[in-house]
Design a protein around this ligand. Structure first.
Ligand SMILES: [Zn+2]
Length: 375
């Protein structure tokens, strides 16, 4: 089967300026890029791309679609944007391996999974999917930790660390391309740098990418970045810094220094940035880490003294001003009518209107640079 895409501007993905041309596809492969006036091979089906750019499919390397493709395998929202390959398993969360399902399900609720959780490992998960896009899977550190240690707030024993490394190797054998951390999320945040470094070293041995949602994206951004660079260098892994940003108005400008650290690092690395000015995640990340240990948050909130302790911690959080947080997503129920309002239940100021298309958002992030240098 031959297809000729004619009349478009061809951007081949190598960074050079697009040129007019015809892309010839034979049996699902690009057979050539012809000059605009070239005659077409007989029998080619012609698709008129006049007024359009013809480009290879885009790679979205910061996707959480491993939690949604099971219920939306047609991947329409990705394909409509020209994205044909997703790198998933980011921010420390992957839907495998599973040994403590209830804890994993609770920890990943903010990713909106509607799948059946009918597997234990990467191979079992992959066998349930037939997505319309290419999917590259990473293994999440939070998920590994839950599989071995539940939601415990402590360092792993030597044996527990070995079990996490074994699970990571097993996933690599089954085709994982990366290992990710989400060091603001419980239980990933309970890990000392040495635990992360040991797992990054395993990732390096297995040839996996190390992707990280840094431990701190506020005042501690540079130290967190240096931790990631050091782990990647020592472990021999390539590094991807996820959604690089500086959160909190007092930290605006830190991204420039972060870029200098990245430029200086003698590690094979890349980074990506959101195409919007908010940051977007679950509100539980603004709770003190101890409030989530052991999975007993609701019990703690039911205890007036503990509730006051948590409230005090929130009040002293310089990054969270309740009227800068927009509620974008809520489960059905009692607070559903708060969707689209701020945490103080005020309408979103008009100047922020574009932010309403994002997720639960804090309007405190510096505008990311327009381009990213991801690999
Ligand atoms: Zn993240």
């Amino acid at each position: 089967m031959r297809i000729a895409l004619t009349g478009g501007l061809v951007a081949d993905g190598n960074g050079t300026a697009p040129v007019p041309g015809t892309v010839l596809v034979e049996d699902d492969r690009i057979a050539g890029v012809l000059p605009p006036a070239a005659s077409l091979p007989p029998g080619a089906e012609v698709i008129d791309a006049t007024g359009n750019i013809v480009a290879p499919g885009f790679i979205d390397l910061h996707s959480h679609a491993d939690f949604s493709l099971g219920s939306a395998p047609a991947a329409e929202s990705q394909l409509a944007q020209g994205v044909t390959t997703l790198v998933a398993g980011n921010c420390g969360w992957s839907p495998f391996p599973i040994t403590n399902l209830e804890i994993l399900r609770a920890g990943t609720a903010f990713l909106g999974a509607r799948h059946e959780w009918s597997w234990h490992d990467l191979a079992g998960f992959a066998a349930t999917l037939e997505p319309a896009v290419n999917l590259a899977l990473q293994v999440g550190h939070c998920t590994l930790r839950i599989a071995v240690m539940g939601s415990a707030q402590r360092a792993p024993s030597a044996d527990e660390l070995r079990q996490m490394q074994d699970l990571l190797r097993a996933a690599a054998d089954q085709g994982a391309v990366g290992f990710s951390t989400g060091l603001i999320y419980a239980p990933g945040t309970y890990a000392e740098p040495s635990e992360v470094a040991a797992l990054v070293a395993t990732a390096g041995e297995c040839g996996l990418l190390y992707s990280t949602h840094l431990r701190n994206e506020g005042a501690g951004l540079l130290a967190a970045l240096d931790e990631a660079i050091a782990a990647a260098r020592a472990g021999g892994a390539r590094l991807e810094v996820s959604h690089l940003k500086a959160v909190g108005t007092t930290n605006h400008g830190l991204v420039s220094a972060a870029l200098e650290h990245l430029d200086r690092a003698d590690v094979d690395l890349g980074w990506d940035a959101y195409p919007y000015t908010a940051t977007s995640t679950t509100l539980t990340t603004r709770l003190p880490a101890w409030a989530l240990a052991g999975g007993t948050l609701l019990d703690r909130l039911a205890d007036p003294a503990e509730r006051e302790r948590i409230a005090d911690a929130l009040r002293s959080d310089q990054l969270l001003s309740p009227d800068t947080v927009v509620i974008a997503s809520l489960p059905p129920g009692r607070y559903e009518d708060s969707r689209g309002l701020t945490l103080t239940r005020s309408p979103v100021p008009t100047a922020w209107t574009p932010l309403r298309s994002c997720c639960a958002s804090s309007n405190t992030t510096r505008r990311p640079s327009a381009s990213s240098t991801t690999r």
